[in-house]
Design a protein around this ligand. Structure first.
Ligand code: FES
Length: 389
């Protein structure tokens, strides 16, 4: 047994008071969970402490919370490890590790109902319903079940592992900036159906998710959802897969997200670091043709970005205004740019899948086929250029 102090952010709406912090002393084995610590505090000290839980085994997804600022499951986080992290965080910020306590808060990006219980309906479940989370097959249903080859389902097994705990939603930085963002959980759920061979409305789904200004191009690649997910779903990877498929389908999006991605990839290949001025121009008016004769939309977008450019200069993000002149950005020195090129060549020549269940590179195909686990064809920038002529 060891003694711990847990510091819980509490909110009791019936009191009419705002949120406040309360500390509880608990004693339990380090291998027991943060949820066990909360249940002990509830049992021994204050029965009004509200926490949602059921399975206590990382299966039901009920006990999402923030522990030491990180979103996750209370029942999957050991109290001993949480204490160690609290001590590390205290030392890193100049505090005394001896005084460190495990800090527990309700999940972020959703309203708090009471103490650690959040309103999952208004954000999480509403967004899940937004992506039509059921199969849309065409034609008459088969007499019995739909029969699919097991290997055709491998691609979606990762998104199927989601237990809907909301930890990714809680940690999503894009949703903090834009509460309308469909979000990591719902988009991972969307991939589950986009990647399902039985679904007949894949293209319609991709149009919907790409053309929504709060859709797949609203994700800013912060990786927080990947860190938070207790089941390895890696929601950001599923969003990137949706983007890849939308790009393959040639879908234009109102955020110019796909053009922005292509521009980003090309600039890094050419210069090694980001030429912000060129990125702006290439995102909205890619290629010589659209620069000579920019579309009304490109003009509107470029003019609309002027306040952002001015803000970058004012805040010092763009240290030298010269750097904002498209093309003025220098290449990496010496042979460093060649190394970047080599990475690109490797990436273009190999297939690499980020699914937990699909690993390996191009040379592994034969073995994969033998095992009836042929990896899916990964779309590359070169493919897209060939396709677009
Ligand atoms: Fe079920 Fe934690 S109580 S996931």
């Amino acid at each position: 047994m060891a003694d711990y102090t847990i510091k819980v952010r509490r909110f009791q709406p019936e009191s009419g008071e705002g949120p406040y912090w309360e500390e509880f002393d608990v004693d339990l084995e380090p291998s027991l969970s943060v949820l066990d610590a909360l249940l002990q505090a509830k049992d021994r000290e204050d029965g009004s402490l509200a926490v949602r839980c059921s399975c206590r085994a990382a299966i039901c997804g009920s006990c999402g919370m923030k522990i030491n600022g990180q979103s996750g499951l209370g029942c999957k986080t050991q109290i001993g490890e949480a204490q160690e992290l609290a001590e590390k965080q205290a030392s890193a910020t100049g505090g005394d590790a001896k005084d460190a306590t495990v800090v527990i808060e309700p999940m972020g990006n959703m309203p708090v109902i009471k103490d650690l219980v959040t309103d999952m309906e208004s954000t999480h479940w509403t967004k899940i319903r937004r992506v039509t989370p059921w199969l849309l097959p065409h034609g008459d249903p088969p007499e019995r079940e739909y029969v699919v080859e097991p290997e055709s389902m491998i691609d979606i097994t990762q998104s199927m592992a989601c237990i809907q705990c909301g930890a990714c939603v809680s940690s999503c930085l894009s949703m903090e900036a834009d509460p309308g963002f469909i979000g990591p959980a719902a988009l991972a759920k969307a991939y589950r159906f986009v990647g399902d061979p039985r679904d007949a409305e894949t293209v319609e789904r991709l149009h919907d998710l790409a053309e929504d200004p709060h859709g797949i191009y609203d994700c800013t690649h912060c990786f927080s959802c990947i860190d938070a997910c207790p089941k390895g779903v890696a929601p950001m990877d599923q969003i990137m897969r949706l983007r890849r498929k939308a790009g393959e389908a040639g879908i234009e999006d109102p955020n110019s997200g796909h053009a922005h991605e292509r521009a980003f990839v090309k600039i890094i290949e050419k210069k090694g670091t980001l030429d912000e001025g060129l990125l702006l121009q290439e995102s909205f008016a890619p290629g010589i043709k659209s620069k000579l004769k920019p579309s009304k939309r490109a003009i509107k977008e470029l003019l609309g970005s002027i306040p952002t450019v001015l803000r970058a200069i004012r805040t010092g993000k763009a240290r030298s205004p010269v750097k904002l002149i498209p093309g003025a950005h220098p290449k990496l020195p010496d042979g460093a740019q060649d190394e970047v090129k080599a990475i690109y060549e490797h990436a273009e020549a190999h297939r690499e899948e980020f699914n937990l269940y699909i690993k390996g590179e191009e040379g592994d195909e034969e073995a994969a086929i033998e095992e009836r686990l042929e990896p899916p064809r990964t779309h590359t920038l070169a493919d897209e250029e060939a396709q677009n002529g």
